[in-house]
Design a protein around this ligand. Structure first.
Ligand SMILES: [Zn+2]
Length: 244
């Protein structure tokens, strides 16, 4: 195993070109191509696992900062790790995960850091099939009973997202609710004060996407609705209540 030999200015200077080459000139379009290519490798069982070797670890360590190409908000579900399903490596994706990708202040603050301070041009809101969080919300909607505590906070967020999905929607109801939740979160974030300025200026694009566990495929859900009236503050500011 190569030894890490840090601390000298010479090493920092050698690391700079590699780091720059990974990120310079990446537009949202280019980043999406990179993610598509990675997902193709993943779903065809031919991952290249880039940027996971000792050289990459050393370059990131010596750089003393990070420069990811995309920010990803995904579900905490153990079956949907963004770095694996997009076949990327260390320092490539700034990833924030929460059950049902429901944003609260902590999640949104993290996303603001990834998109504004780290200047990633693309924010992917990644939902997925068979999402247990959405399933809990569907159960709550049908029973009229919302769980207490932290789980209730998450379920209520998803209930807002799926309230317009009819029970007789064509196709699978849970799948429709999952997609509606992803679109809802992406739309919330588009109106979030810490993000909307970059969206309006064209420096940031927010893309909702859906990952199929069965197909191992990421499907882009399309542009967010134009001119949809939204609240000044897109994400609830309260923190999750303490559980008993
Ligand atoms: Zn989930």
């Amino acid at each position: 195993m190569p030894e890490f030999n840090g601390g000298s200015m010479a090493i920092v200077q050698r690391a700079a070109p590699e780091r720059a080459a990974l990120t310079t000139g990446h537009t949202a379009d280019r980043v999406r191509v990179l993610l598509d290519e990675g997902n193709t490798r993943w779903r065809t069982f031919a991952p290249s696992r880039p940027n996971q070797g000792s050289d990459r670890r050393r370059a990131l360590w010596e750089a003393e900062t990070e420069d990811p190409v995309a920010t990803v908000l995904g579900c905490a579900d153990s079956r949907v790790p963004p770095e694996m399903l997009f076949d990327r490596g260390l320092g490539d994706l700034y990833t924030v995960r929460a059950f049902g990708q429901v944003p609260d202040s902590s999640v949104t603050g993290s996303l603001v850091h990834g998109t504004r301070e780290l200047a990633t041009p693309l924010l992917v809101v990644l939902g997925h099939s068979h999402c247990a969080a959405v399933r809990e919300a569907v159960t709550a909607r049908r029973s009229g009973r919302v769980p207490e505590g932290h789980t209730g906070f998450l379920v209520e967020g998803i209930l807002d997202a799926i309230e317009d999905v009819p029970e007789d929607v064509p196709g699978d109801f849970l799948d429709a609710c999952t997609r509606a939740n992803t679109m809802h979160v992406a739309d919330q974030l588009r109106h979030e004060p810490g993000l909307r300025e970059r969206v309006h200026s064209g420096e940031l694009r927010i893309e909702p996407a859906h990952y199929s566990l069965k197909r191992s495929r990421v499907e882009w859900l399309g542009d967010l609705p134009e001119n949809r009236p939204g609240p000044e503050t897109g994400v609830p500011q309260q923190r999750a209540p303490n559980s008993p």
